[in-house]
Write a protein that binds this ligand. Structure first.
Ligand SMILES: Cc1cc2nc3c(=O)[nH]c(=O)nc-3n(C[C@H](O)[C@H](O)[C@H](O)COP(=O)(O)OP(=O)(O)OC[C@H]3O[C@@H](n4cnc5c(N)ncnc54)[C@H](O)[C@@H]3O)c2cc1C
Ligand code: SF4
Ligand code: SF4
Ligand code: SF4
Length: 398
């Protein structure tokens, strides 16, 4: 009998569905030399049944047909918009699910514990699920629970990144009427160990403990992508991607993703969800758009189920939608066309990480030119501001 093999590190998304589907418990997820978790088969236990290969989403085509309905959409609640990454549509979908008595799933993040998917139950859960967490969040623990709820005829709303949406569909075997799926446009994620090591190094430098982090802190407006770390509700570290934070720059420049993200099969117009939500970078480029372009989401409708929910939210006055030309979404965000192209320093990052096992050292060595350039820009900016202040003072005095 030939040995069972699973997809290699260039394609495996680390969803863990093979692990939880193996009836012999022959698979365990283990970190590789880059700290990324992949399945490992214990061939002493494996009976060669092939179930792990059959459930893997990489062996199936589960995307939906390309949609021809694209909307600019946002929550009518100022508070939801301001505290969400773009238009607060995810928050409105969760509220819709709650009103209808459905189960909802999303990602919660606590530093030094795993960033993971959970069923959202309390008000605090819903609050924590808001906004983007730029890291890979484990979902395998909720797949079984969702499957059980669906089998009992209960309705579930699952919002997540496309590879994990695909993994869920494969785990439960098919799309179900009582499962509402919303996928996010996604350019990549990295192992949570990089983030934890980055935060640890900041904690050491600042001598403070991080008890809350945000990648797009609403306090600094989410569109500025300001990364903040707080202790007892007080910000003690904040950086935009244009400043000197190696994690932020490494993430947004495509340096530090899991290897498979550079080969992602879901960066395309055909989507995995009934609805897809993303930022709207092309808004107003192909047809005039009246209104602020900030805090607006792009929503792609791929099924009748998705259409009905969006229409109801609109009719009930919770959100505002405006149909847009399809190409305004597809043409202006590369994530509808191809996977992220690795940063030019990717090889250096990998080699240094493998040698030192230190995220900070590896990221900084690969980002030297960006860090220098940002530093120069910041110094010039400080000089400009000083110059402005002194010229205002001069004018006032004379
Ligand atoms: C890793 C990642 C990459 C993204 N890349 C792009 C991109 O390239 N282009 C683009 O236009 N939009 C991208 N987005 C989507 C965008 O940032 C917003 O999430 C989206 O516009 C929805 O905004 P919102 O205001 O409706 O809700 P938000 O409040 O921003 O969204 C909250 C929802 O996102 C989920 N979520 C947050 N982080 C994660 C995570 N790591 N894994 C799974 N689910 C998560 C929450 O559970 C919740 O359901 C990305 C999001 C993530 C999480
Ligand atoms: S072939 Fe069967 S027994 Fe072997 S790892 Fe896969 S699921 Fe488990
Ligand atoms: S099921 Fe998921 S974790 Fe297992 S091989 Fe496929 S992509 Fe990788
Ligand atoms: S880029 Fe693709 S593979 Fe990577 S996290 Fe996003 S959806 Fe998953």
């Amino acid at each position: 009998m030939s040995k069972i093999t699973l997809p290699d590190h260039n394609s495996c998304t680390g969803c863990g569905v093979c692990e939880i589907s193996c009836l012999k418990s022959a698979i365990s997820m283990k970190p590789d030399e880059m700290g990324v978790f992949y399945p490992e088969i214990d061939y002493d236990i494996c009976i060669g049944c092939g179930n792990c290969q059959r459930v893997c989403h990489l062996n199936k085509e589960i995307v939906l047909a390309k949609s021809n309905k694209i909307y600019a959409a946002f929550s009518n609640s100022k508070e939801e918009r301001e505290s969400s990454a773009s238009g607060g549509i995810a928050a409105e979908l969760y509220k819709y699910a709650r009103r209808n008595g459905w189960h909802s799933y999303g990602v919660e993040f606590n530093h030094n514990s795993n960033a993971c998917y959970r069923e959202l139950i309390t008000d605090e859960d819903y609050l924590k699920a808001k906004n983007s967490k730029y890291v890979f969040c484990d979902a395998k623990d909720v797949y079984k629970q969702i499957s059980e709820q669906l089998s009992k005829g209960e309705t579930v709303l699952f919002i997540g990144i496309p590879c994990q949406v695909a993994a869920l569909i494969c785990f439960i075997g098919e799309r179900k009427d009582n499962l509402i799926i919303v996928d996010l446009l996604c350019h990549g994620t990295c192992p949570v160990s990089y983030l934890n090591s980055h935060i640890d190094s900041i904690e050491r430098k600042k001598g403070k403990h991080a008890d809350e982090i945000s990648f797009r802190d609403p306090q600094y407006f989410t569109h500025t992508y300001t990364f903040t770390i707080k202790n007892q509700n007080k910000v003690f570290y904040h950086m935009t991607p244009e400043q000197l934070d190696a994690y932020q720059i490494g993430y947004h420049k495509g340096l530090i993703y899991k290897e498979n993200c550079y080969h992602c099969k879901y960066t395309r117009k055909e989507r995995t969800g009934d609805l897809t939500i993303s930022d709207f970078s092309g808004l107003g480029k192909l047809a005039p758009y009246n209104g602020s372009k900030r805090s607006v989401s792009c929503v792609i409708v791929s099924t009748e189920k998705g259409k009905k929910i969006l229409e109801e939210l609109n009719k009930q006055g919770h959100i505002k939608t405006d149909q847009r030309p399809t190409e305004e979404a597809f043409k202006y965000d590369k994530m509808f066309q191809e996977p992220t192209i690795p940063h030019k320093g990717r090889q250096k990052f990998k080699e240094t990480y493998i040698r030192t096992e230190n995220f900070e050292t590896a990221a900084r060595s690969a980002l030297q030119s960006e860090l220098k350039l940002n530093w120069i820009k910041m110094v010039l900016h400080v000089k400009e501001v000083r110059h402005l202040v002194s010229s205002i003072k001069h004018k006032l005095l004379h």
